[in-house]
Design a protein around this ligand. Sequence first.
Ligand code: CMC
Length: 428
Amino acid sequence: MSDKAILQVGDNSYEFPLIKGTENEIAINVKTLRTASQGIITIDPGFKNTGSCESAITFLDGEKGILRYRGYSIEELANKASFLEVAYALIFGDLPNKEQLDTFHSDIKSKSVVDEDVKKIIDAFPKNAHPMGILSSLTSALVAFNPSSVNVDSEEEMYRAIVKIMGKFPVLVAWAMRKIEGLPLNYGSNSLGYIENVMKMMFEKPNEEFEINPIIKSALDKLLILHADHEQNCSTSTVRVVGSSHAGLFASISAGISALWGPLHGGANQAVLEMLESIKADGGDTKKYMAKAKDKNDPFRLMGFGHRVYKNFDPRAKIIKEAADEVLNDLGINDPILDIARALEQEALSDPYFVERKLYPNVDFYSGIIYRAMGIPVEMFTVMFALGRLPGWIAQWKEMRLRKEPIGRPRQIYIGENYREFIPIGKR
Ligand code: CMC
């Protein structure tokens, strides 16, 4: 195959080099198009065909249902690694040995105290504030409490910023939940593992001895691993674009949290559970909701179905579905909405509308059922996604800064009014 692409526009033709990735993906590098053609640009709403960067972090093949972080398969990582090991691999490139992992963990623990004044900010939120709004605001507020900017050319400063956010973020996650639950703000314990500590901070009651439930611990570890990165999705692209203006790590992540919040992205896990609940309240007629999802005059979409990239199956959904069965079994919970979810999935998998459009359950379809079984309130589901995605955002921000990528600034094709004369207000 030739190593160049030729674009013919009218009588002119332009030549562009191809870029080939390590998995043989091919891109046309159109960097010189606008200058060479004196003004022609490409347009691709939603970036369906546009690569924004070259990246060595996550590989996914949506046709084959493959997902790998740093070359390691998601199936192996989910079954054999801990979330902290995966975080380390995403951020630093390889799985850590025992010593590297221990050092990483103890550095994170040493930075896990959040300034007491942050509690005053939480106090000011209404009790019914959405925890994603609280989390995004608090993450942004961390900038004010840690104002020194990071010199990205210093490995040491970069590392310090990374362990700081890894240490403080779970505290903010737990406090966002405790705020809406009306529980006193607490700290975990540095004697615990990363996940156990998250659980203590989230679930400990002021009047009860806290005990780690190993079933919940292992399910949480797995869920966070499955959410840890997903290459250039909406929130990750947001983190990279915001960071490309040289905004700091915490500010970039705060922007990523806002992007994740929407129901077409991370907010889908909350939307799925609310959808399943309303189907149940409406008598459990899944066929009625399937018909609504297919009706182009009805805005209803089957939440937790479909994916921009996966057109075969979402490998994360497969693992989560099994985990949901296990967790509910192990905890002895019989949740009727699991039956509704299974029925919807069965119907969709054999329905021509869904089959033709290659719409399969995604990572969010079953995750909410597990979170609910763990005792996590529905508004917190997307916050849990953010907790899992944190290492991915960090890794992508770090990569973008170290590769010295230019500021993200797309072009547009203007379709508004041509020049018009200004008319003074009294004459309009
Ligand atoms: N229910 C019904 N129809 C759907 C759905 C759905 N969930 N998803 C896509 N379609 C239809 C859509 O109407 C369109 O039909 P047509 O070709 O007749 O116009 C076709 O399938 C292609 O959809 P699209 O919106 O052009 O595809 P997209 O790649 O722009 O959107 C998506 C991907 C995930 C936003 C979309 O599938 C969706 O809205 N799903 C529901 C929300 C959801 O579960 N989001 C979580 C995604 S996974 C977690 C994450 O990483 O964010």
